[in-house]
Design a protein around this ligand. Structure first.
Ligand code: SF4
Length: 907
């Protein structure tokens, strides 16, 4: 008789999870995947998963996997150097890695240049933590590790939004409050591809209920294709469009009539008075910012309880005040005139008319004007809604930004303008508006609301990296120097990856003046990442890797980066190992739950190959490097999400003992359930293997910051960036004191109110850096996300390749139909795409839905080693994008954008 069981597990192959599923196991063999409808009423997508989860069984049985540990036979490394892999036992492989690590411990954890000798690069925007078992505990036990060698992170994410979103409203990712939103204006935000199963589900429901979606982007993405309207904007001009929307609201529609005046006066820095040097005017004794109380006709500190009517607009004379400049310099004033920050904003936007922006963006000014009006009309200023018994403003409009818009030059302007627009109508962190979904830079990482603490000047506390002369980190302690160059990236466990993570590759080969050149790490570990595909300028990365003395790669298949490795460690994949992971609450992109808790990932059958549970690998490495005690203590102390010992319970590990994966996760399951239930439930691993997840209610009101902002009497630091300006000036002083001037252009970005700076020109002029003519590169090459392939090694799964064939653009470069014909091209023709640094080859697909000046290459192909994708005939734009300081902005990010020419391949 056939036995069928259905084992619950989670998928977190992309950051839009975790989502819950069941694996169908027939007579001990997994044969399929289905939704987990046990959680249909709790999971925001009704217990469903997206198409990628349906490839998990193939992922497990993929015959092209690395099937046992392997060591390199060829001591030389290079693109043309065959590694000559030799299979070894796990004992041999782990001993080899442990020997190299012990060598480091003998020499000292940090090298002569001050950089950690051990470096680790992870891929997939945080998804690795849902798979790497207890590896985090090993890292915690180790000591200093360099996580800053990039594989695309920090530059191919929503970088400026991550930094400023979290700064302004604890929004590492910004999402719309889909169930309430009436209008979304999306600047390249590719929600259908990037929103996960919950995003697609929630948006489909909202669209059916009448939500309007306007997509502003150079090509018609899979999100644009389902939008109500497509506005084909010229690449990288989004900030000009948004500035013109600001102009329309402030100067044409009449801010007095359409803005949320109460919100601006009481929840933003709009009424703060700005002095002649651009800093807040402050009370001379308390140094608190001043505003003007129109009721009493006098200046008062922002928190003065006697203020009746803060003036929003105007210039006022203050008898005595001070400004505080960089390095706490106090500038004293008598009878000084101060304009409100809002007045400054209105003046700042005066010249940014739709007629000004229209030619920049190649969009009819009437479209910009109309969308600005639709935005304020749909904001419903004055409307309220009751959530969990609390009356809240309802502001159902959201402007969303996509990658490239939020990355590189021009991103600060775009992110600032978007958030200011939202603030004008009070549409931040209230129902229907833009919401932050998670935090990654502030703490505690799993409680966004808790991270809102009272800080200086009426705003939430910010723990920027110091720029004062005593505490500024003059000598970088990791290779991307995030604390030295990027104050806004903070110093959490994610900050290294969000610094300028592409710069180590550049600086290893071309160190700038007066800078400690990054050294190759003694040991580089890589997990779920392939920088030779996902980073720009792979040839530069390859040059660097040749000098890396020892690379340990956790390997699923052979790939372009582990081609350079010394040892391949094939760890168990998604359906082969244990892990307990947090689910629910709010997380990106649209994981808004009314429950929170934990879910299990579990083996659904015996692994088919000689692979190993990563928890067991981590335990072995800890044991062999003499770190078992520290490793077990890290687990006891909660590095896996829950402490193993509290006054309620004690499941702690004996620090001197080695535990198997099952034992560790069993204890975690018990600790998590005891902790979440406040001692009422103790469920171990066996319970989770049957039930899948343990959830407790999470109130919907917790989706919004508004109640806590009001309760703590805080304001959003908008529209005026006084602190950012001051921090930039301090950073400039520090760098100049050390004779570093190559970051000067980046320092210009630290503006209280950024101007439109013609950022497209930076990309248009790039050919000149290489002695080439800009006019020879007439097309913008942009990229778009493949929902089917992104992350999770899905590019190696045949069933995903089959599915992807049905989605346009997966095997071709997309180009405007008319323009292609003029070039003598037809769909299917082979073309060269050439930038100033390289040339790739691919087939062209002619479409109407692409601007005439734009070509589109979906991310990220161009493999030459990885089985399966090496047969996909699609190019990788990364080969055409240089890593340069010229294209790196002040936050340390760049954009997936390069000017190219396109030519037919002639035989
Ligand atoms: S959206 Fe992401 S996490 Fe969810 S099922 Fe799909 S791949 Fe997995």
């Amino acid at each position: 008789m056939v036995t069928i069981t259905k084992l619950p597990t989670y998928c977190y192959q992309c950051v839009c999870g975790p989502d819950l599923l069941k694996v169908v196991v027939k007579d001990g063999v997994p044969v399929g995947v289905e939704p987990n409808f046990d959680f249909a009423d709790k999971h925001p997508a009704g217990g469903r998963v997206c198409v990628k989860a349906y490839g998990l069984v193939q992922k497990m049985y993929n015959p092209r996997r690395v099937k046992q540990p392997m060591v390199r036979g060829n001591k030389r490394k290079g693109l043309g150097e065959e590694p000559r892999w030799t299979p070894v036992s796990w004992e041999e492989a782990l001993d080899l890695v442990a020997d190299k690590l012990l060598d480091i411990r003998r020499k000292g954890l940090v090298d002569g240049a001050g950089y950690p000798r051990l470096a680790v690069t992870l891929g997939g925007a945080g998804t690795p933590q849902a798979y790497f078992g207890t590896l985090n505990a090993f890292f915690a036990a180790w000591g200093p590790i360099d996580f800053s060698l990039g594989s695309g992170q920090g530059v191919k994410c929503y970088h400026t939004e991550h930094l400023f979103g979290e700064y302004w409203h604890r929004a590492f990712i910004v999402a719309h409050d889909t169930p309430y939103t009436r209008l979304v204006i999306s600047f390249g935000h590719n929600d259908n591809a990037a929103g996960g199963v919950t995003g697609v589900w929630r948006n489909a429901e909202a669209r059916a209920a009448g939500m309007k979606w306007v997509q502003v982007e150079p090509h018609l993405s899979v999100t644009g294709a389902t939008a109500d309207e497509w506005v084909p904007i010229k690449p990288k001009t989004d900030a000009a469009f948004l500035y013109a929307m600001l102009h329309t609201v402030l100067h044409e529609l009449g801010w007095e009539k359409v803005c949320d005046i109460d919100f601006l006066k009481n929840r933003t820095n709009s009424p703060y008075l700005i002095g002649p040097n651009g800093y807040y005017l402050r009370d001379p004794s308390t140094h608190k910012p001043l505003l003007w109380d129109a009721a009493s006709g006098s200046a008062k500190t922002f928190d003065d309880k006697t203020i009746h009517n803060p003036a929003l607009y105007g210039e006022f004379t203050v008898r005595k005040a001070v400004e505080i400049g960089p390095d706490k310099e106090v500038i004293e004033h008598s009878d000084v005139a101060g304009k409100t920050a809002f007045t400054k904003l209105v003046e700042h936007m005066k010249s940014c008319t739709p007629e000004w922006a229209g030619p920049i963006c190649d969009v009819n000014p009437s479209t910009i004007r109309r969308l600005a009006k639709e935005f304020v009309d749909n904001a419903m200023v004055g409307a309220t809604v009751t959530i969990d018994g609390v009356k809240m403003p309802l502001r159902p409009v959201a402007i969303l930004l996509g990658k490239t818009v939020t990355n590189g030059w021009g991103a600060y302007q775009a992110v600032w303008a978007r958030t200011v627009l939202q603030s004008l109508v009070g549409a931040i962190e209230v129902p229907g508006s833009i919401l932050g979904v998670t935090i990654r830079l502030n703490r505690p990482m799993f409680d966004r609301l808790e991270s809102v603490r009272i800080g200086e000047d009426g705003f939430m506390a910010q723990s920027l990296n110091p720029t004062d002369s005593e505490r500024w980190e003059a000598v970088p302690r990791v290779r991307n120097a995030y604390k030295t160059l990027s104050p806004l990236v903070l110093d959490s466990s994610w900050s290294q990856a969000l610094g300028p993570a592409h710069l180590p590759w550049l600086f290893m080969k071309h160190a700038p003046e007066n800078w400690p050149a990054p050294t190759p790490p003694d040991v580089w570990m890589i997990y779920r990442t392939n920088p030779l595909i996902s980073s720009w300028d792979p040839d530069l990365v390859a040059e660097c890797l040749k000098d890396f003395p020892f690379i340990a790669a956790f390997a699923y298949t052979h790939d372009e980066t582990n081609w350079f490795a010394d040892v391949l460690l094939p760890d168990n994949v998604d359906l082969e190992s244990y892990q307990l992971y947090r689910v629910g609450g709010t997380s990106y992109q649209e994981q808004f739950w009314e429950y929170t808790g934990v879910a299990i990932r579990q083996p659904v059958a015996q692994p088919p190959y000689n692979t190993m549970d990563l928890t067991d690998i981590a335990t072995e490495l800890a044991d062999r490097t003499g770190l078992l005690r520290e490793y077990n203590e890290a687990i006891n102390n909660g590095v896996l999400g829950f402490r193993l010992k509290t006054p309620l319970y004690d499941y702690s590990l004996d620090p001197e003992r080695k535990y198997r994966s099952y034992d560790i996760w069993d204890r975690l399951c018990k600790a998590a359930t005891m902790s979440l239930s406040n001692g009422r439930h103790e469920y171990g691993l066996e319970w989770f293997r049957k039930n899948g997840a343990y959830l407790i209610p999470f109130k919907r009101i917790n989706w919004y910051l508004h109640p806590i902002i009001v309760a703590k009497k805080l304001r959003y630091e908008l529209p005026y960036q006084e602190k950012v300006m001051r921090v930039g000036q301090e950073l400039g002083r520090r760098l100049h004191e050390h004779k570093i001037t190559w970051w000067d252009k980046q320092l210009e970005e630290y503006k209280a109110m950024p101007e439109w700076d013609d950022s497209p020109k930076i990309f248009e002029d790039l050919p000149k850096v290489y002695g080439k003519k800009p006019e020879d590169y007439p097309f913008w090459l942009v990229t778009s996300r493949s929902m089917q392939y992104s992350w999770g090694a899905n590019v190696s799964i045949p069933v995903i390749a089959d599915i992807s064939k049905h989605v346009m653009g997966h095997d071709a470069v997309m180009m405007n139909e008319e323009v292609g014909r003029r070039l003598g091209l037809k769909t299917g023709d082979e073309v060269f795409i050439e930038s100033p640094i390289g040339r790739v080859r691919g087939r062209v697909l002619l479409r109407k839905g692409v601007r005439p000046d734009t070509v589109v290459a979906l991310q990220q192909f161009g493999h030459w080693v990885t089985p399966v994708p090496k047969n996909i005939d699609a190019p990788n734009m990364n080969r055409l994008v240089p890593i340069t300081l010229e294209t790196t902005d002040g936050t340390g990010s760049g954009a997936d954008l390069v000017k190219v020419r396109v030519e037919k391949v002639r035989r």
